[in-house]
Design a protein around this ligand. Structure first.
Ligand SMILES: Nc1ncnc2c1ncn2[C@@H]1O[C@H](COP(=O)(O)OP(=O)(O)O)[C@@H](O)[C@H]1O
Ligand SMILES: [Mg+2]
Length: 301
């Protein structure tokens, strides 16, 4: 838990909630705050399996997963490749499209070519979304409504890396699908009190309303669950994930992203979905643990 990304605080909240649930279930669990010395700490604690409660860079992008592979330690959630794909919004969009999932219009801009943004917006039109290509928790994401919004939004997004995305703003319902094992557990609808599901709307009490199940016609709900599972599979995810969609007015599910390490506080969305599907938070945590690969490679001394 913890880690070195912009989502450190969220990760500590996820990690502490998971720790409590594991302890309640009778596991001997220790908290490891991930810093540059994480390999030493893991070695010192002599752990059997790592329950990864990190979000963002190094934790969700395959880096820590790769380190654990090298150390021969099983871990929860997706492997190296799926984690890296999921973290990269540009590459994952290409994979989703290749599998027939609905991806809204978007363009990529690299640092040094920021002036392209105006030409792109002539095509994509306002409102549009400007975001970093590899962050989470809505960090660096802006909705732009007019010309004057563009420069600050572009600068903000570039603070998080040298590649940003300009997307068409899809008007509709924000719906997220929880996937556990090989099953879509359900879909939850979020109604943010902000203009979108911002950092504030995600983490401040009372800044968003949740509806489970999402208020969609049966056929649309079913289609969204299918799209969620298809996205999880498209990236080759393992164990669990949460897939973000905007459902437009015609009922078409536009995928935004797959979160390979979704928030895991007792009030986060995946736990909310699991609860709606009849599973308590400790039960969800235990199931995720069970889905980790337990087969420890034999490392000769
Ligand atoms: N193309 C879009 N159309 C409408 N809303 C969007 C779009 N892209 C992002 N958003 C809003 O911004 C939020 C964060 O965007 P997302 O791509 O999921 O990034 P993050 O990884 O930070 O969660 C979404 O939950 C949604 O509210
Ligand atoms: Mg998201």
């Amino acid at each position: 838990m913890g880690g070195l990304s912009s989502e450190r605080e969220v990760s500590l909240a996820s990690g502490n909630a998971i720790l409590k649930a594991l302890t309640e279930k009778g596991y001997h669990a220790v908290a490891i705050d991930v810093g540059r010395d994480v390999a030493e700490k893991i070695h010192d604690h002599d752990i059997d399996v790592a329950f990864i409660a990190l979000h963002g860079k190094y934790g969700e992008d395959g880096a820590v997963q790769g380190m654990l592979e090298v150390m021969g330690i099983p871990y929860t959630g997706s492997g190296v490749l799926a984690s890296a794909l999921g973290m990269n919004k540009t590459i994952s969009k290409q994979v989703f499209r290749s599998k027939g999932l609905l991806v809204g219009p978007y363009e990529v801009i690299y640092a040094g070519a920021a002036d392209r943004v105006h030409a792109i917006l002539e095509e994509i039109k306002f409102p549009a979304v400007i975001k970093p290509h590899a962050e989470g928790s809505s960090v660096g994401v802006s909705i732009v409504f007019k010309k004057e919004d563009v420069a600050p939004a572009t600068e903000l997004a570039f603070e998080y890396g040298d590649e940003i995305l300009i997307e068409k703003f899809i008007k509709g319902k924000e719906v997220q699908v929880g996937v556990l094992g090989e099953r879509a557990l359900g879909a939850i609808e979020i109604v943010p009190k902000d203009s979108f599901y911002s950092y504030k709307a995600k983490y401040e009490q009372g800044m968003s309303e949740h509806f489970f199940p999402a208020r969609l016609p049966d056929a649309v709900y079913k289609r969204t669950l299918e799209a969620g599972l298809a996205a999880h599979r498209a990236l080759g995810c393992r164990g669990y994930s949460r897939v973000d969609f905007i459902i437009d007015e015609s009922g078409a599910p536009y995928i935004l992203e797959v979160n390979t390490l979704p928030g895991m506080t007792a009030t986060s969305l995946l736990p909310d979905i699991a609860r709606g599907a009849g599973m308590s938070f400790p039960e969800l945590v235990e199931e995720i643990l069970r889905l980790a690969l337990w087969s420890k490679p034999t490392v000769s001394a």
